[in-house]
Design a binder for this molecule. Structure first.
Ligand SMILES: [Zn+2]
Ligand SMILES: [Zn+2]
Length: 267
């Protein structure tokens, strides 16, 4: 349940009074507030660095993560990056795994789809989840079994606003989904914001295959990657394709956790 643990930190009152320096004028109050919220939400306290909890340090962390010049100063390009639709899991810079490397220890992991979006037929949602899981499964010695009742390791669902964990969704745009690292209870669960417009890749909206592959990567134990080509990059591309592939970086990450699939049952 790493997300929960990490986010408990952002809810604590913190000494974030230092103003954010900016490179250019013309930033309005709303953009400032958005930038501050973004940094508090997605860049968490780094105990290794002194003063790392200041907004400027978090901004530098963010710039490093996205491969931008590390200035510690706000500019309009950074605001643009912050406004891209993204996953709700924080960016732990330069780690591809969650701290403590939680992973599933059984060979068969169960999943259950508990709620749906009205944007897609249920059967399409089922197929996309299956496809996303099979992309990961092809790389590692783990199998997935769907269950239709009771508690599964990975509970998958669509929800809007506050939905029973500490991470309410925010309406259309911005945060689209989040998932918890492997563990009991909420661990492994993947939640998708019902207020987004979900698609199967054929029309404008949020590509559910891409989002599911990304979030289920978290459910298996991967954190965010700073490789912009990786499925585990924190912002969602505008992919309209139905043909999404794991990048080598995603494969390296998941195999670091579970090892390689050795048998030939690849599909
Ligand atoms: Zn994510
Ligand atoms: Zn949730």
């Amino acid at each position: 349940m790493q997300l929960a643990l990490l986010c408990a930190v952002c809810l604590l009152p913190s000494h974030l009074a230092l103003p954010l320096p900016q490179e250019e004028g013309g930033m309005n109050k709303q953009q400032w507030e958005q930038a501050q919220d973004y940094l508090k939400r997605f860049y968490l306290h780094d105990s290794k660095a002194k003063g790392a909890n200041s907004l400027e340090a978090k901004l530098k962390q963010m710039q490093r993560f996205f491969g931008l010049p590390v200035t510690g100063k706000l500019n309009s390009h950074i605001i643009e990056v912050m406004q891209k639709p993204r996953c709700g899991v924080p960016d732990v810079a330069e780690f591809s795994l969650f701290p403590n490397r939680p992973k599933w220890t059984s060979k068969v992991v169960t999943y259950r789809i508990v709620s749906y979006t009205s944007d897609l037929p249920r059967v399409t949602v089922d197929q996309i989840v299956e496809k996303a899981l099979s992309m990961w499964r092809e790389q590692i010695p783990l199998d997935f079994k769907r269950v239709r009742s009771g508690t599964a390791d990975i509970m998958i669902g669509f929800a809007r606003g506050a939905h029973g964990d500490f991470y309410p969704f925010d309406g259309p745009g911005n945060t689209l989904a989040h998932a918890f690292s492997p563990g009991p209870g909420l661990g492994g669960d993947a939640h998708f914001d019902k207020d987004e417009h979900w698609t199967d890749g054929g029309s404008l909206g949020i590509n559910f295959l891409f989002a599911a592959t990304h979030e289920l990567g978290h459910s298996l134990g991967l954190g965010h990657s700073s490789d912009p080509d990786a499925v585990m990059f924190p912002t969602y591309g505008t992919a309209e394709s139905q043909d999404i592939k794991l990048a080598q970086d995603d494969i390296n990450g998941i195999q670091k956790l579970y090892g390689k699939r050795s048998d030939s049952r690849k599909s």
